[in-house]
Design a binder for this molecule. Structure first.
Ligand code: ADP
Length: 341
């Protein structure tokens, strides 16, 4: 993790601009968020980070509502960690602005309301689980009684109460991630940043962490989840943004982004050029390979019409398989050779 550089006039100026520029109506808020007067948990406007000539993050504008689970996706090197470090106030932006809980990034009061589990957290594996949490609670300068109460609460939340006396080197990877999340929750934060929390875990460990993330949502916390495991993100997130080469190429509520789109694979005998033309004219032709034709539709109700069109056109329908578009389909479409590159 990069150290915090000394404040310079230019970085202070960014912060000062931040206060003025992030007023109401900047357009970054999710639909309805500004209208309801809700202060976004996280919002940024044209946030930029350059390293010399290299643009790591370019004009990032996003807004996340309180209580949302937000998935931040992108291939390696897209700029995800750089964004997280800027939001946490660990590095300064080169331009643009951001606010957390209505306050400029870097604000000391806000930092006390954040929790963070970094990707490669170095656990003090010789410590018992309880000692490990005691150590981190002491960094928050929590008074003794509050510390003991909070350690009990977070251990219970992550399901490790019975392991309080066990040393961390005896923990599975899933248990280590859960105690890491417990550490990130000690100060009862309003926003929790989790950087690739499930990447190193087996399916059971992933499920445990996923359930834990859902519990955090049930407690009203905002979760900022950095991940490249698209199926994981699809299972827990409300909103996602896909970052590619420092730019957001798609963002929105997951249900809006994936919608009702389906991929329909057909096995057709008697395929004529006219029938193929008819299908390609009415639907989005994704692939055609001999008797196999794959079409894209935006609504499930279009599927019966495809079968009718094939039969009406003289084709013999040997198979029709419909599959809902996944986050992975969307990711591949917008990141790999998608129209926005
Ligand atoms: P991600 O987290 O999506 O994998 P990063 O935010 O780590 O991506 O990196 C984004 C880009 O910025 C990459 O090209 C990376 O090499 C570059 N970068 C990150 N940190 C630094 C740094 N301290 N100095 C120079 N370049 C950096």
């Amino acid at each position: 993790m990069e150290g915090r550089p000394a404040a310079t006039d230019s970085t202070r100026a960014v912060g000062a601009r931040g206060d003025a520029a992030m007023g109401a109506g900047d357009g970054a808020a999710p639909p309805g968020l500004r209208a309801t007067g809700v202060t976004p948990a996280i919002e940024s406007l044209n946030l930029r980070k350059t390293y010399g000539q290299h643009v790591a993050v370019s004009g990032l504008t996003l807004a996340i509502a309180p209580g949302e689970i937000f998935g931040f996706l992108g291939p390696n090197g897209a700029g995800k960690s750089t964004v997280v470090k800027m939001l946490l106030g660990l590095i300064f932006p080169s331009g643009g602005t951001a606010r957390l809980l209505g306050r400029p990034i870097g604000d000391a009061g806000v930092k006390a309301r954040l929790g963070f589990l970094p990707e490669h957290f170095r656990f003090h594996e010789w410590l018992q689980a309880g000692e490990f949490l005691e150590f981190h609670a002491s960094l928050y300068r929590m008074p003794g009684p509050r510390r003991r109460q909070r350690i009990g609460e977070v251990l219970e939340l992550v399901g490790l109460t019975s392991r309080v006396k066990d040393r961390l080197h005896t923990f599975s990877k899933g248990m280590l991630q859960r105690i890491g999340i417990a550490q990130a929750l000690l100060n009862d934060p309003e926003i929790v940043f989790l950087d690739e929390p499930t990447s190193a875990l087996d399916p059971l460990g992933r499920r445990e962490v996923r359930d834990l993330i859902r519990k955090l949502k049930a407690q009203g916390k905002t979760v900022f989840l950095n991940s490249h495991l698209l199926s994981e993100v699809e299972m827990v997130c409300d909103r996602v943004a896909i970052l590619d080469r420092g730019r957001v190429v798609r963002q929105g509520l997951l249900r809006d982004l994936l919608g009702e789109s389906h991929e329909v694979e057909l096995q057709i005998g008697n395929m004529t050029p006219e029938l193929r033309q008819e299908l390609a004219g009415r639907y989005r032709l994704l692939r055609a390979d001999g008797v196999a034709v794959t079409l894209g539709v935006t609504c499930r109700d279009e599927i019966p019409g495809i079968a009718e069109a094939v039969i009406r056109g003289g084709g013999r329908l040997y198979g029709l398989t419909a599959r809902r578009f996944s986050l992975e389909d969307l990711f591949v479409a917008v990141v790999e050779g998608g129209s926005e590159r």
